[in-house]
Every structure is written in C-alpha cells, then in structure tokens.
Design a protein around this ligand. Structure first.
Ligand code: SF4
Length: 394
C-alpha cells in the first residue's frame, strides 16, 4: 500500500478545521471515505450544467448527518472541473428576499466567496476577470500573429473583450453591468488600481448609495435587495461566456431563515431561476414539503451516507428505505380529518466516532435482519434512476 501524501498547506487546514469541529473548505477529498455513489450522482449534475442545463438538488437529513461535508466536497470537485462556485450560509441577516439589506447580504456573501480552481478559498472575482483578459490576449496573439508590443494590438484585444461585454447589454440591468466591466478593463489596461477597486466594489454590491457609485464610476444604479437576482444571472452568463463550465451556487439552510409569508415567493423565484438560467443549486433543507416542491432528484442521508436517491416522484410516492419512510411519515397533512400513520423511530443515532458495523440504521430499524449487521448495504437499482441502500426487499 502506498502512503497518501497530503500537501502540508492542506493537511494543516484540515487538522485545524477538524479540531475546531467545522467542515474544512479544502482537502476534503483526502478524508472522504466510501462516498463513491453520492459523488457520482452529484457529478452528473455538474455535467448537466456544463451542457447548458440546470437543476435543483436538495440534500436532506438530520443535523449532523454529513450534508455540509458533502456540499463542501462537491464544491471542491466543481472547482477542479473548471466551474465557478459561489456559496452562502443563510441566516436572519442573509436571506433570499428582504428589504433591509438581508437579500443584498446573500448576494454579497456569494460574490465574496466566489471560488475557482486557482482561488479555492474565495475572493476570486478579480482573478476571474483578469484570467479572462489574459486568455483573450493569448488568443489574439495566436489568431492574428500580432505581438503585445504591436501598435494595433490593444485595439484588437479590446474589441474581443467588448464583444462579450456588449453582448450583456440587452439583458435586464445588462447596460450598467457592462459599463462596470468596461471600467474594470480600462483600469486593468491602464494599471489603475482605483478604477479596478471601484468596479470590484460595485460588482460585489458594496456601494450603499447611488451618489457613491456615480462619483466613483459614473454608473447611476447600485445592486440592492430588489435587483441582486438579476445581477447574479448576469454574472452566471459572464462566467459561461468567458470559458468556465458554468456557475454553481450552494445555499446552506436555504429556506430555514425565511418566515412563511415570503417563503412561497422565494420558492417560486427559485423555480424561475431553474427555468431561465444555467444555474444548478445544491439545496439543503429539513423542510420536506419544500424539497418535494422544488427538486428534481432527492438524496436522503443518514449518518453521513446517502441511503436513498431518486426522482422526487419515486422518493415521495414509493419510498423504499425505512429511514425515508419514517421521515416522510412525519409530514403533516393539512386536513384535520385525515391522519397519517406516523412511524416513530426508537433510540438515537449512534456516535459518528463509533459507528456500528454493517447498516448504520440497524439499531433503529423495524425491518432489520441479523444479516444487516454483517456488511454495509450496497445501492440496489430499483429502476428509473431510483436507488436504495438497504437489504430489505419489497
Ligand atoms: S439494511 Fe437492514 S437494518 Fe439497514 S435499513 Fe435495510 S433493513 Fe434496516
């Protein structure tokens, strides 16, 4: 057996995060064990985005079941495959909709956390733009045979950059977005840090008054609670146009921070996003009704492992794993005359540090057999993309 070599920078970050009890942001692939099927399913979503598709993906499970770990793992795989990833942990201050800066707070967090393969720890906005400029520069050299010192070189280069930028002017808010990108390009070309910093601040939604934006950039609008969604769309289009495979947005606890009066609007907005954009959401929720409403495919996790995966209709209409059945039996029916047979699970989940052999659900499962203790149940294909990790067969 060959020893696994982990770069010092990564091993230190891993140890620090694990000692503090938080999910590490880098190096997770070195500590992920037995996640092959889960990863393959999520990688299929990335394939769909790279082919201009879109999807929601919900990850459902109890606290501590490993959902955030899996999300961080996918975030890392997405960056490795040349996606731009933006992520945000929602909270009362960072919501999908709000009128006192809470919605803008979400946008700011996504833009602050933008990550790529070469900037995995976030803060990649400037690097994304500058990589684009240098890629176009190399293209111009290759295609035209010109050298950067040639008289017309900058003009040809600018033409190629403005081709992409001008393409965005027809979209909602595209004119101002394009104007700010042009200013960043100008700052880059003239080595003017003030112009570059002002443009980045605007793109990150950090101007709080229009006056500031006019003075700094000559742009009469700023990104706010009402418009952030349009700018996220513009940014997603930009990254696809400049050579990335697409954009992945990860929202942790996406609807838990909302009150019910706005939740429905937000959910509908997310459905619109799915239709209109090449965005894919990996969406975590404990709200099973929300999961059913929004998702195409559902993963159910227990103790850090996926126990069932499949199309939403199959999971809700024909759940196979005893844990999935218990979860779904807890959904209230909004009719006092109807009653659902609730499945109450016995006991508590075991410690993640001292997992029992065989099936992790064994001690709480009413359908268990002695053989379930012997080995971990593999995924069983029950057709139409529905898989269950359980030895019990119907
Ligand atoms: S493998 Fe056995 S113990 Fe595990 S969920 Fe299925 S029936 Fe229950």
């Amino acid at each position: 057996m060959t020893a696994l070599k982990i770069p010092k920078r990564i091993s230190t970050a891993l140890i620090n995060s694990l000692s503090a009890g938080v999910v590490p942001r880098i190096g997770l692939e070195y500590v992920a064990v037995d996640r092959k099927e889960e990863i393959a399913a999520l990688l299929q979503d990335l394939e769909n985005i790279s082919e201009a598709g879109a999807a929601f993906r919900f990850i459902v499970g109890r606290y501590g079941s490993g959902k955030s770990f899996l999300l961080q793992l996918i975030r890392n795989y997405a960056m490795e495959r040349n996606f731009v990833v933006g992520d945000c942990d929602l909270s009362p201050e960072r919501r999908l909709t709000g009128s006192h800066g809470q919605a803008l707070g979400t946008y700011r967090e996504i833009m602050r956390n933008l990550s790529t393969k070469t900037r995995p720890e976030g803060g990649a906005l400037a690097a994304i733009l500058e990589r684009w400029f240098s890629t176009v520069q190399a293209q111009v050299v290759k295609e035209s045979g010109m050298r950067p010192s040639d008289h017309d070189f900058n003009e040809v280069l600018e033409g190629k950059i403005l081709e992409v930028v001008n393409n965005m002017e027809g979209m909602v808010h595209g004119f101002d977005f394009a104007a700010v990108l042009k200013t960043y390009w100008q700052g880059y070309r003239e080595n003017d840090d003030t112009m570059k910093d002002s443009s980045l601040r605007w793109l990150r939604g950090e101007y709080s008054t229009k006056t500031e934006a006019i003075n700094a950039l000559g742009v009469r609008v700023i990104i706010n609670d009402d418009s952030w969604y349009d700018y996220l769309k513009l940014f997603a289009k930009l990254v696809s146009d400049i050579g990335y495979k697409g954009m992945l947005v990860i929202l942790d606890e996406a609807v838990s921070a909302l009150d019910k009066s706005v939740e429905a609007q937000v959910l509908n907005m997310l459905v619109d996003l799915k239709e209109e954009l090449g965005l894919t959401y990996v969406f975590i929720s404990h709200d099973l009704n929300v999961v059913q409403y929004l998702s195409d495919r559902v993963l159910v996790m227990y103790l850090g492992k996926i126990v069932e995966i499949g199309p939403v209709e199959a999971i809700y209409g024909n759940p196979q794993h005893p844990y999935t059945r218990a979860l779904l039996s807890a959904i209230p029916i909004p009719d006092p005359k109807l009653k659902r047979q609730r499945i109450i699970l016995e006991g508590e989940p075991p410690s993640l540090f001292n997992l029992p052999p065989g099936c992790g659900f064994y001690d709480r499962c009413w359908a268990r057999k002695p053989s379930c203790r012997g080995e971990m149940p593999p995924f069983r294909d029950i057709g139409d993309g529905h898989f269950v990790a359980c030895f019990a067969e119907e």
